[in-house]
Design a protein around this ligand. Structure first.
Ligand SMILES: Cc1cc2nc3c(=O)[nH]c(=O)nc-3n(C[C@H](O)[C@H](O)[C@H](O)COP(=O)(O)OP(=O)(O)OC[C@H]3O[C@@H](n4cnc5c(N)ncnc54)[C@H](O)[C@@H]3O)c2cc1C
Length: 407
C-alpha cells in the first residue's frame, strides 16, 4: 500500500510500505530527503518519521546556527564550503516563484584566538589545511586584531585566525522549514510518530514498529535521529559511539550592542561569543561533559558565573556589565571516538544508512551530508564529495579520524 502523503498523524500507516524511511525529521533527515527527492525515480516513496514535529528539543532548533571553514581536516572544510554555497543559493533552491526565502546569512566570520605558542602553532597548521581547500581564512597578528576589533583586550593573544568569507551565522529553522516545504512539494511525506523497534531479517531491516502501533515495511532506512542515534542503532542490533552531551546557551544583554562586523569570537579557553541582533550569544565547552538523559534539558546555569562571565569580562571592558536575558540547553550528538560525523552503511546491514554523531557542527554539514548520503543510497558510492573518511569502518576499527577544532 502506498503511503497517503496527506496523512501526518499516527495510526494511518498500518501495514504500509515505503521505499525509504528516514528516522528523524531534523535538518539532517530533511536534507537527506531533499536530495533523495531530486534524484530518485519519481515513483520512490520517501517517508520521514518525526517523533516531535514541534522540534522544541531537537539539536537543529537549539543550535547556535553558525557555519565556518575553520576545521582541522580537509573534508570538514570541503563540507562547509558546499554548505555555505547552498545557504547563499537557498532562494533559488526554494524557487523564486514560491516566494521570498532568505536564510539571513551574515558572513562576519569566526575569530579564533590563540594564547600560548602551542595554540598558535595549531592555528598555523589548521590555516594551511583550510587554505589548501580554498577557504578564505587569514592569520592575524595581535596588532591587526586590535585594529579590527578595538574593543578586545589582546595582551594575552599571540595569534588569531579570521574567516574572511564563507563564515558566520544564518537562520537554522529557516533552513529546516525551507527544506521541509520543498520536500512536501516533491511528494516526500512527514509522519508524526516514533520508531520504537526494528525488525531484521539477516542483513536487512524489513520493518519498523512505531509507537502508534503501526508497522511499516521498508526498503531502505536512514538513521537521522540526532542525539538518539545510538538508540536506533541498538534497535537494529548495532552500536555507534554517539551520546547526548549538554550544551547551555546564554543570550546576554550588554549596555553596548555588538559593533558592526563583530565576528563569532572563540576564546582559547573554550568560551565563545557572537552577536545576536542587539544582544550577544555565549556558551562554553563544559568542564565536566558526561552523557545526559535524552530528556534532560535543564540548563547548567552556573556556567555563566563560573566560566563565561569572567572570561568575557577579561576579553572586553563592555562585557563587565552583562545581564542574562535567556538561557537554554541543547544536546550535541557527540561522537565519543573522534567528534566527527558518521556517514554511511554498517557492514552487518545492507539497507540501514547512518548520518549521525555531528558533535556540534551538523547544521552547516546538512547540505553536503544529505547530498552525499543520497548519492550513496541511489548509486552505491559518493559522487560529488568523497565522504569515505567519515564512514563506519574507522568506528569498527576503533581508529579515530579526529576533528580537533570542535567548538
Ligand atoms: C547548543 C548547540 C549549538 C550548536 N551550534 C551549531 C553551530 O553553530 N553550527 C552547526 O553546524 N551545528 C551546531 N550544532 C549542531 C547541530 O545543531 C546539529 O548537529 C544538527 O542540528 C543535527 O541535526 P539532526 O537532524 O541530526 O538532529 P536533530 O535536529 O536533533 O533531529 C533529530 C530528530 O530525530 C527525531 N527522532 C529521534 N528519535 C526518533 C525516533 N525514534 N523516531 C522518530 N523520530 C526520532 C527527534 O525528535 C529530532 O527531531 C549545535 C548544537 C547544539 C545543541
Amino acid at each position: 500500500m502506498a503511503v497517503d502523503k496527506s496523512c501526518t498523524t499516527p495510526g494511518v500507516y498500518m501495514k504500509s510500505t515505503v521505499d525509504i524511511a528516514i528516522i528523524g525529521g531534523g535538518v539532517i533527515g530533511s536534507s537527506v530527503a531533499y536530495w533523495l527527492s531530486i534524484s530518485a525515480p519519481k515513483s520512490t516513496r520517501i517517508l520521514v518519521i518525526e517523533r516531535d514535529p514541534s522540534y522544541a528539543f531537537s539539536s537543529t532548533a537549539l543550535s547556535a546556527a553558525s557555519i565556518r571553514m575553520q576545521f582541522s581536516n580537509p573534508i570538514n572544510v570541503a563540507i562547509s564550503k558546499f554548505g555555505v554555497a547552498f545557504i547563499r543559493d537557498f532562494q533559488n533552491i526554494y524557487g523564486p516563484e514560491n516566494g521570498p526565502f532568505d536564510l539571513g546569512l551574515k558572513e562576519d566570520g569566526y575569530l579564533f584566538l590563540a594564547g600560548t605558542p602551542a595554540q598558535s602553532a595549531i592555528l598555523r597548521q589548521n590555516n594551511a589545511i583550510q587554505r589548501g581547500q580554498g577557504a578564505d581564512v587569514s592569520l592575524l597578528a595581535p596588532d591587526e586584531v586590535q585594529k579590527r576589533y578595538p574593543f578586545l583586550h589582546i595582551q594575552d593573544i599571540s595569534l588569531a585566525s579570521l574567516g574572511m568569507r564563507g563564515e558566520g551565522w544564518f537562520d537554522n529553522m529557516g533552513l529546516l522549514n525551507g527544506l521541509k516545504e520543498i520536500n512536501k512539494r516533491h511528494n516526500v511525506s512527514y509522519l508524526h510518530d516514533e520508531v520504537n523497534a526494528i525488525k531484521r531479517s539477516g542483513q536487512n531491516i524489513v520493518s519498523l514498529k512505531l509507537t502508534s502501533g503501526d508497522t511499516l515495511n521498508v526498503g531502505q532506512v536512514v538513521n537521522a535521529a540526532g542525539p538518539r542515534a545510538n538508540r536506533i542503532a541498538r534497535m537494529a542490533g548495532l552500536d555507534i559511539p554517539v551520546e547526548p552531551r549538554k550544551r547551555t546557551t546564554f543570550i546576554l544583554q550588554c549596555p553596548t550592542p555588538p559593533p558592526a562586523n563583530t565576528p563569532l569570537i572563540v576564546d582559547y579557553t573554550g568560551v565563545y561569543v557572537k552577536p545576536e541582533g542587539d544582544f550577544w550569544m555565549a556558551a562554553t565547552q563544559p568542564i565536566d561533559d558526561p552523557a545526559v538523559a535524552f530528556d534532560d534539558f535543564e540548563p547548567r546555569y552556573q556556567e555563566f558565573e563560573e566560566i563565561i562571565w569572567p572570561k568575557l569580562a577579561a576579553r572586553a571592558k563592555m562585557f563587565e556589565e552583562l545581564r542574562v536575558k535567556r538561557i537554554w540547553a541543547g544536546h550535541y550528538a557527540y561522537n565519543t571516538l573522534d567528534q566527527n560525523a558518521i556517514i554511511g552503511r554498517h557492514p552487518e546491514l545492507d539497507n540501514l544508512y547512518f548520518a549521525n554523531g555531528f558533535s556540534g557542527h551538523g547544521l552547516q554539514q546538512a547540505p553536503a551530508i544529505g547530498r552525499g548520503l543520497a548519492e550513496l543510497m541511489l548509486t552505491g558510492s559518493f559522487q560529488s564529495l568523497d565522504l569515505g573518511q567519515l564512514g563506519l569502518d574507522r568506528i569498527l576499527r576503533g581508529e579515530p579520524f579526529l576533528e580537533h577544532n570542535v567548538v
